[in-house]
Design a protein around this ligand. Sequence first.
Ligand SMILES: Cc1ncc(COP(=O)(O)O)c(C=O)c1O
Length: 417
Amino acid sequence: MTRFNMSESEMPSAWFNILPRLATPMDPPLHPGTREPVTPDDLAPLFPMELIMQEMSPEPWIDIPGPVLDILRLWRPTPLVRAERLEKMLDTPARIYFKDESVSPAGSHKPNTAVPQAYYNKMEGIKRLTTETGAGQWGTALSFATAQFDMECMVYMVRASFEQKPYRKIMMQVWGGDVVPSPIDDPSNPGSLGAAISDAVRDCVQRDDSHYALGSVLNHVLLHQTVIGLEARDQLRAAGEELPDVVIAPCGGGSNLGGIAFPFVPDESVRLVAVEPSSCPTLTQGRFEYDFGDVAGMTPLMPMYTLGADFMPPSIHAGGLRYHGDSPIVSKLVHEGRMEAVAINQGKVFDAAIKFANAEGKVPAPECGHGIAVAIDEALAAKESGEEKVILFNYCGHGHLDLAAYDEYLSGRMIDA
Ligand SMILES: Cc1ncc(COP(=O)(O)O)c(C=O)c1O
């Protein structure tokens, strides 16, 4: 068998909270003005109280609300696929599995958190959400989710992606989202996620009917993504595997990585690997310190690996990985040695993505190609050592709206940043 499906009734009904399972507690986020630990009230202008509580919850499991499960069931559980044709192409003794998150309505893992975020806001009487988007995946996911709850969505899209990816913008508009390029006040600036966050937060705090939604980085976002790893654990067992030897995922703000990897953190034999672009090497070359999540310094200061809040990465095609910071939980796991991090060039990413597309038939998002490239490296290392390694990676999004990037690569116009 190559595809391991689960029935709808086997879908997880609770999220896996890593916080009470960490060896030492997280350092708290700090208020941008006072530099004191933030209180729930400090965050209330931005987020609904349920999400604020999840951000610091000591509960090991948090129930997924019924209306959220109903929507997640439109595409969940997602398949776990054994990449046998890729194994053959590489002539490796490794068994390679990928969790296919590209089957969601928006084409990536992002709706796993967009839906609960929209739901909790709706329950608190909020009518409109503001957000930023890099590659456009998060903006599409939130537009889809707000449409399910009859809410408005205002998306500040990093200008480089806004110009490279017109179809992402149209997809958001199909679901009723409003999309503008960011930074809004500087048309010559290609933008960054940090600048787009500032635009979205500034908009939100000016209106009583609006909250802000973040697509990655925060604890509650990674919590919602743990359905990926929980399902993958069960599906691997159905495939006859005890545990994977290594779990691999790209890391922008850390949400798809946290989603697939956190349920394996307690299994000490399982290696966890974050993959980032060499042009935005937060985990491999950043400093571990308190920093702002945005350029303007409006968000709380978070303890994380950072390249500096004003870092402006080059306009590489994996727009979702162009973030100066990272999830505080992912940062802590890397800092303490529980998780590894590697950085790779986009040339290597597209080379791997095209190999994968030819072997398995699926055209991955450039972000996703980062994980594939390292999964291939692991499989080739297994061939070298003759080990029967079990490799699990997150197929976190398809690249159907990234074909201009493939065109650049295939015609030799891509800069190997
Ligand atoms: C397909 C895909 N993968 C990965 C990412 C990176 O984000 P994160 O690290 O939060 O998963 C993005 C972000 O937009 C994305 O669109």
